[in-house]
Design a protein around this ligand. Structure first.
Ligand code: FE2
Length: 296
């Protein structure tokens, strides 16, 4: 039997899941979150500690700490949770492409980070099966939001990451490096081809129009009611809608901090002065260095 406990992180509107076979049994944690304050640079574990307490209270053994993708809106607690609970961290093998891309963006050295995915214990590929206790997780590649996006299927529960939101929330943006609206359409069609009663568990809910928090729907509901992609919308129309909408979206507030930590599997960069750690922000230089902007 599958047991699912959802944990809602309100600052990032993220839902992280603990999935387990039975009390006293085996568990996985999906899309964990560290608390982070951008103005102060403070990182905290209050949210992750609630999950640790749940695991301990229910005497669960954590086998896997999984990411659906390299998130751009929150910092992963995977490294912290592993240090407290054990288990293996895992992400898509496509993470190496994300690492390569952002190593360049942040000018990260090879000594600091190799783009080989070695900061994770296991790199996953589509159709792979991993096990915890009596349960199995079928890994499905569902790229589009990012090239490394995965869906984890545990019996009739699909943890879809950012591919889909609740029907009234539509779909995730496709304008990050490696994102592609047409690819997302194909991935969502794949999710929609699962049995109609399959429960979809979402990574985010932004509560459109102020409605109460919801983070689970079904394939049948999603196919019928999703405002961006449903049985009546063609691929060409979806691509047009998605690309138009992406042009109107702001850069996520935690994009740079989140990506720098998440391509390291939730570890912080190495300390530079004693214990002090820094995160970088790439600056657009045209104001102070116009000769480098290509306009002079
Ligand atoms: Fe995302």
């Amino acid at each position: 039997m599958v047991n699912i406990e959802a944990f809602y992180h309100s600052c990032s509107s993220t839902i992280s899941y603990i999935v387990f076979d039975q009390l006293g049994g085996h568990a996985i944690i999906i899309d964990s979150v560290l608390d982070f304050s951008l103005p102060s640079g403070k990182i905290g574990s209050e949210f992750a500690d609630k999950q640790i307490a749940f695991i301990k209270d229910n005497q669960l053994t954590v086998d896997w700490i999984l990411e659906t993708h390299a998130h751009a809106d929150h910092l992963s607690a995977a490294h912290y949770l592993k240090s407290q609970l054990g288990g293996q961290t895992a992400v898509s093998a496509g993470i190496t492409i994300v690492q390569q891309t952002f190593k360049q963006v942040f000018n990260i050295s090879d000594q600091e980070l190799l783009a080989t995915g070695d900061v994770f214990d296991v790199l996953l590929v589509s159709e792979q099966v991993i096990k915890f206790g009596h349960l199995r997780v079928l890994v499905l590649a569902t790229p589009g939001h990012t090239n490394d996006s995965l869906t984890y299927l545990v019996e009739d529960n699909a943890f879809v990451g950012d591919t889909l939101f609740m029907p009234d929330g539509g779909t995730a943006r496709c304008d990050f490096p490696g994102g592609d609206a047409g690819t997302l359409f194909d991935s969502i069609k794949r999710i929609h081809s699962l049995a109609e009663g399959t429960k979809l568990w979402l990574c985010h809910d932004y509560q459109p129009n102020g409605r109460v928090l919801k983070y689970t729907t079904t394939v049948a509901e999603s196919k019928r009611d999703n405002i961006h992609i449903n049985d009546k919308i063609s691929k060409a129309d979806f691509i047009q809608l998605r690309q138009k909408r992406d042009k109107s979206l702001a850069v996520p507030k935690l994009l740079y901090p989140a990506i720098q930590v998440n391509i390291r599997g939730g570890k912080l960069p190495s300390a530079e002065q004693g214990e002090q750690v820094f995160l970088k922000i790439p600056i657009e230089q045209s104001l102070f260095y116009p000769e480098k902007s290509g306009k002079s």
